[in-house]
Design a protein around this ligand. Structure first.
Ligand code: X2X
Length: 343
């Protein structure tokens, strides 16, 4: 009798210890929800679609993912996406560092004006020490990071004039995403920045409630921003936002290790493909995407190195201020990685 009680207690204790160390896998859901700002007509959504398809195929349908573009699970409120993934309102996401930076301040790194001069610089960050460090930070913040993708270099467009120097931005009402760093950057340039979601930005551009915006050329093209009065584009490459493929941690723990490995590898494969799609038309010598834009009657302005330097100079105080807010160590590592990049 005594012995039996002891055994029972020992078993219960073991079960408890086990459940603390490794939560028991729960039943799979019939469908998992993936949040995205943009759907498969854009490189971003295409990346999400590739990921979902690879997972379905490689798990023989055990993991079935549905896409929710337009951040529709949050009525378009893109800057609340990270919290919603952590809380389990969203199961998976492919999200921009810009939209998640209000919750994870280190993600502002990629929005430091003129930090990354070219694609090689961006790769040096996401594929190097900085990328690993950022994944640790996201993990600590309560979300499982799996792979990198890319939204792209954010070029500025507007309805009024060809922007060639900081003074040209004076008084222009520019829509920016809801991260305070963007307000500082555009204020430093003399513009009048206004925060709004992408869902609100398009009608605001179409009705000329705002004069301009900044987004990757792939988005400018697919969203047909030339039909929303955006007749001038300046290629200044001031910031670029990577995308990150993530899963909610409870969902992650509910999958077998074999399925976790499949989902992760699928994210890495989809991320690579997505980056290639995001850069298509911009990395070829004749940049066909810019030709397409010009063919719509849009003035595309390329800055000379000295013209670009004037923008770098004007935004340097913002860079210095935010370097400290992001964490000087992380930014120093990023600067070093970029200086040592391979072309
Ligand atoms: O809102 C934007 O500008 C977009 C679509 O690029 C992001 O979600 C960061």
């Amino acid at each position: 009798m005594k012995r039996k009680n002891f055994l029972g207690l020992a078993l219960a204790a073991t079960a408890l210890a086990f459940s603390v160390a490794a939560p028991a896998q729960t039943a799979y859901k019939s469908e998992y929800k993936m949040s995205l700002v943009l759907g498969p007509a854009y490189p971003w959504g295409k990346g999400g679609e590739i990921w979902a398809n690879l997972v379905k195929e490689r798990t023989q349908g055990r993991i079935n993912i549905k896409l929710y573009p337009g951040v529709s699970l949050l009525q378009g409120d893109q800057t609340r996406e990270f919290s919603a993934i952590r809380q389990g309102v969203i199961d998976l996401a492919v999200g921009s560092t810009i939209n998640w930076s209000p919750q994870v301040k280190e993600l502002n790194l990629f929005s430091l004006p003129f930090l990354m001069p070219d694609y090689a610089a961006m790769d040096a960050l996401t594929q190097g020490e900085v990328g690993k460090e950022i994944f640790k930070i996201i993990d600590k913040a309560g979300v499982m990071p799996l792979a990198w993708g890319e939204n792209g270099y954010r070029e500025i467009s507007n309805s009024k004039l060809a922007i060639k120097k900081p003074e040209d931005l004076k008084g222009l009402k520019i829509r920016v995403v809801g991260s305070p760093l963007f307000l500082d950057t555009f204020t430093a340039l003399g513009a009048n920045p206004t925060q709004m979601s992408w869902a609100d930005a398009q009608p605001a551009l179409a009705t000329s409630a705002v004069d301009g915006q900044e987004n990757p050329i792939a988005i400018y093209t697919a969203a047909k921003l030339h039909t929303m009065a955006q007749k001038y584009v300046t290629m200044w490459g001031y910031v670029a936002d990577p995308l990150i493929f993530v899963v909610n941690k409870d969902i992650w723990a509910s999958w077998t290790p074999a399925d976790q490995a499949i989902v992760k590898q699928a994210a890495v494969d989809a991320g690579k493909q997505e980056i290639a799609i995001a850069r298509k038309g911009l990395v070829e010598a004749d940049k066909p995407l810019l030709k397409d834009i010009a063919a719509n009657g849009v003035t595309v302005t390329q800055l000379s190195p000295s013209e670009r330097e004037a923008f770098v100079k004007a935004t340097r105080p913002v860079y210095d201020k935010w370097k400290n807010q992001i964490g000087a160590n992380l930014v120093n590592t990023a600067e070093k990685s970029i200086a040592a990049r391979k072309p």
